[in-house]
Design a protein around this ligand. Structure first.
Ligand SMILES: [Zn+2]
Length: 246
């Protein structure tokens, strides 16, 4: 199929960004989520090219696999890929696909702990079924239930468009931050990476880098997330959270 108007929603996908990606009361089964995630990921990878740098792909996969040693939930089929985009963004699809944009890799530099916390956050959205929960609550529910549970996804464009409009609740974002930190810590990364990441984000937001960070508007205020992350790190590690160097 040619990439015509029908696929234009894909260009908007990063706006949903970190928002795209909970276990009770959902209308999709976990297997539905896996199927839907796979279908949508095919479209994502048509619209965005994968980052051609194998070192980038390998780095994200290695970190993802290490997090999975503590974060794996059946029957999800996790994948970790880098998309060739300058945006500072990462997002997950229901059932397993995790995407990191090249622009985010560039922002974290060589700090694997930061990246592990970001990927952990995305894994938490998948594992806690946040998208499925939001879809179930939303006005899209009837369309999505019909499309999502008929054995075959018949109109992926509609599901994708619905996922695009999906916003996580503030509490889901806090939960993803908290769980992401735990995954990172339990698999041997420094959870203070989360604070360093947020502080870089905050600096960028203060620069007014609106285009690049549009997606992050769906997230709770960064200062608030830093404060919560700090509390959780102290609980988790029994040590004071570390400030990032200015
Ligand atoms: Zn999120």
């Amino acid at each position: 199929m040619r990439r015509t108007g029908k696929w234009r929603w894909l260009l908007l996908l990063p706006l949903a960004g970190l928002a795209l990606t909970g276990c009770k009361g959902t209308l999709w089964s976990k297997k539905d989520e896996v199927r839907i995630g796979k279908e949508v990921s095919l479209e994502v990878e048509k619209a965005y090219k994968l980052d051609p740098n194998p070192a980038h792909q390998q780095r994200v996969q290695l970190i993802g696999q290490r997090l999975l040693t503590v974060a794996k939930v059946e029957p999800y089929e996790y994948t970790f890929k880098v998309l060739d985009s300058e945006e500072v963004n990462a997002f997950a699809l229901p059932g397993g696909p995790v995407y990191v944009m090249r622009g985010l890799l560039e922002m974290v530099g060589n700090d694997d702990d930061e990246l592990a916390c970001v990927i952990g956050h995305e894994l938490a959205h998948i594992n806690r079924r946040h998208a499925a929960k939001q879809v179930t609550r939303g006005t899209w529910a009837s369309v999505l239930i019909a499309l999502g549970t008929k054995g075959k996804v018949r109109d992926i464009a509609e599901i994708s468009a619905a996922l695009l409009q999906l916003k996580y609740s503030r509490n889901q974002e806090y939960e993803a931050d908290r769980l992401g930190l735990e995954y990172a810590y339990q698999s041997g990364y420094d959870p203070n990476g989360m604070i360093r990441f947020f502080q870089k984000l905050l600096a960028k937001q203060k620069e007014g880098d609106k285009g690049i960070l549009a997606n992050l508007r769906t997230h709770p205020l960064t200062e608030n997330r830093i404060w919560r992350a700090r509390q959780h790190i102290e609980k988790l590690t029994g040590k004071p959270a570390q400030e990032a160097k200015p």
